[in-house]
Design a binder for this molecule. Structure first.
Ligand code: C2E
Ligand code: CA
Ligand code: CA
Length: 571
């Protein structure tokens, strides 16, 4: 047997290795050398650039979890958003087998998780098995699709709606018989449905799908059109061009699902609307456009509805460019923080500060976080910026203390994504320990909506932060849906109320005051200290003091300022 020849013949797989450590890559290459051709990258960004063009040519990705700049989760998240994980299996490799990391990797679409140290032979087996299973699965799906194609009568049992091909066929005939009539395709799915199933179990999940099915059948009975079920949590409706119908579809469905207690915030249905331009287009293409609209708001809990327009395709491209630009900005250390003082309204003394991110773009100038944070939050990349900002803040506090400057506590902001990307409490503790900064100098702000979306995870993190000795504030209180009851279960040290969320325009002035009053009452009942932010005028400050508020943050007192200005202020 010609060994050499045999080896060549077997080298049929193409493997992509993404790992920042040279030795790790060498070890993996050595393991795979007889079986596969290897492409390697030492960072996530270059690997993603490569994947954008080549993922069809690859058989598997071996992805390191811990890498600087862009970690494995971020790479995986990106791949999932681009639907690469549907075609290409990813095995995550990590230095430990912490359950939470493994689970998160699987949630993001990893096929397997290997912890170091590993046996070389086992790794090879797992890689080869994964490749062949994945190929078999793809083949099976192809066969099933072919088999079921003739079955165009299929009604999904659970939802009672026409299933996939049946739906497509029905839509196709309706489109053909509609002449020039304008119709819409609406793609619908349920936010965080996987998580919902995890929380409440599959039975509750099925119940939810059944409810959606029932509602959609009723909708089409009253307004015409066709509803269908496409598997998973994906529904679609061919909807007549009546604005009342479209509005009702979204409004009523959102309300209906909210009425069921557990189907509340964070688990509502989302809608992507596409106005069908050409009734002769294939239904797959039409549905896909509605899905593109839907995808544009995936993971963004502030948006329930999106409309397809041609710019969307461009936006995906823009977002990619922006992300690359941000990565470059991170490398160039263009991200800094400003400080906005918190004051005691009576004495006007500075009693604290909030660190706010700023991007000093090399040719666009200063960019506010309102521009880049939401995008980074959506895809999880915010964590690497946050990590840098926290580090800079803590090092700055250390340098002040070393120069005997009295600094007040500084608060930093935390995003939901941070909780998934790292162990926030321990990270902050390590940073403080390294710089020899007492924990009382640092405070943590978490927004109310984040709290509502990831209640258990955040509570666990807050517990850890408290055990270490950090204070925690709930940011933007009043923006979400927390009730007194929910508040009781959240163990925070301070409520931060944002005036701008309370309807304080001229007509609504008294309404704003009464909302504020009731929020302050709530806080009082729970003996929770409060601070009001967004204070812009003298009138507002006086009104707040009348209501018994003591602490404030806002343009009326100080705007966010560069660090050296703040130094002058406290010196
Ligand atoms: P936030 O945490 O609610 O921060 C307060 C925002 O209100 C800041 O906007 C601040 O400049 C602005 N502000 C303060 N007083 C007034 C006022 O009197 N009137 C008005 N109109 N605005 C006022 P900024 O700096 O643009 O930050 C926007 C948001 O971006 C922040 O809202 C926070 O959610 C996020 N963010 C900022 N820095 C970071 C960061 O380092 N990490 C994370 N994850 N998020 C950050
Ligand atoms: Ca904040
Ligand atoms: Ca805030």
């Amino acid at each position: 047997m010609g060994v050499g020849f045999d080896m060549e013949a077997k080298k049929q797989h193409r493997v992509l290795i993404i790992d920042d450590a040279f030795t790790n890559r060498e070890i993996l290459k050595e393991i795979l050398k007889d079986e596969a051709e290897v492409v390697e990258f030492d960072n996530g960004k270059d690997a993603l650039d490569y994947l954008m063009d080549h993922f069809y040519d690859l058989d598997i990705v071996l992805l390191d979890l811990v890498m600087p700049e862009m970690n494995g989760f971020e790479v995986l998240e990106f791949m999932r958003r681009k639907h690469m994980t549907d075609y290409l299996p990813v095995i995550m490799i990590s230095a430990d087998d912490e359950e939470r990391n493994m689970e998160y990797a699987f949630d993001l679409g990893a096929i397997d998780f290997i912890a170091r140290p590993f046996s070389e032979r086992i790794v090879l087996r797992r890689v080869l098995t994964t490749i062949s299973l994945f190929e078999k699965q793809k083949e099976l799906i192809r066969q099933i699709d072919v088999q079921f194609k003739p079955d165009d009568q299929k009604i999904d049992e659970l939802t009672g709606l026409p299933y996939k091909q049946n739906f497509y066929n029905k839509v196709h005939s309706q489109l053909l018989s509609s002449g020039n009539m304008k119709l819409w395709m609406v793609a619908i799915d349920i936010d965080h449905f996987k998580l919902f199933n995890n929380f409440y179990g599959w039975e509750k999940g099925d119940q939810y799908l059944r409810l959606m099915g029932r509602y959609l059948s009723e909708f089409t009975r009253r307004h015409g059109g066709i509803a269908g079920y496409l598997g998973g949590d994906d529904f679609a409706v061919l909807c007549p061009n009546k604005s009342a119908a479209m509005e009702e579809l979204e409004k009523k469905m959102t309300q209906d699902t909210k009425r069921h207690k557990s189907f509340g915030v964070g688990f509502g249905p989302k809608f992507g609307f596409y106005e069908i331009e050409n009734n002769a287009d294939s239904v797959e293409k039409i549905y896909n456009n509605a899905v593109i609209a839907l995808d544009s708001i995936a993971g963004d809990y502030t948006k329930r509805v999106a409309w397809y327009d041609l710019e969307m395709i461009g936006n995906v491209q823009n977002e990619f460019e922006l992300l690359s630009d941000i990565q470059r900005g991170v490398d160039n250390k263009e991200f800094v923080f400003y400080l906005q003082p918190k004051v005691d309204m009576k004495t006007k003394k500075v009693v604290g500060a909030e660190a706010l991110a700023r991007w000093q773009h090399h040719d666009k100038g200063l960019i506010s976080p309102g521009v880049f944070i939401p995008i980074l939050e959506k895809n999880g990349f915010v964590s690497s910026i946050d990590y840098d900002i926290w580090n800079m803040v803590i090092e700055w506090i250390a340098s002040m203390l070393k120069n005997n400057v009295k600094v007040p506590p500084v608060s930093i902001n935390i995003s939901r994504a941070d909780i998934y990307a790292m162990n926030v409490a321990e990270t902050l503790q390590e940073m403080c320990d390294k710089s020899k900064v007492d924990y009382e100098y640092l405070e943590v702000e978490i927004t109310e909506t984040a709290y509502m979306e990831d209640f258990d995870l955040i509570n666990a993190m807050v517990e850890k932060l408290h055990a270490i000795g950090f204070k925690v504030s709930m940011d933007d209180f009043g923006s979400g849906y927390s009730s007194l009851n929910a508040l009781k279960n959240m163990d925070v040290d301070m409520l931060k109320i944002d005036m701008r969320f309370l309807d304080f325009d001229h007509e609504n002035h008294s309404k704003g005051v009464s909302i504020l009053e009731s929020v302050l009452n709530m806080a009082n009942t729970l003996a929770l200290p409060t601070i009001v932010e967004g204070v812009e005028t003298k009138d507002q400050a006086e009104m707040l003091m009348e209501q018994g508020c003591e602490l404030a943050q806002g343009y009326y007192y100080y705007r966010p300022m560069p660090v050296d200005e703040f130094e002058k202020l406290v010196k």
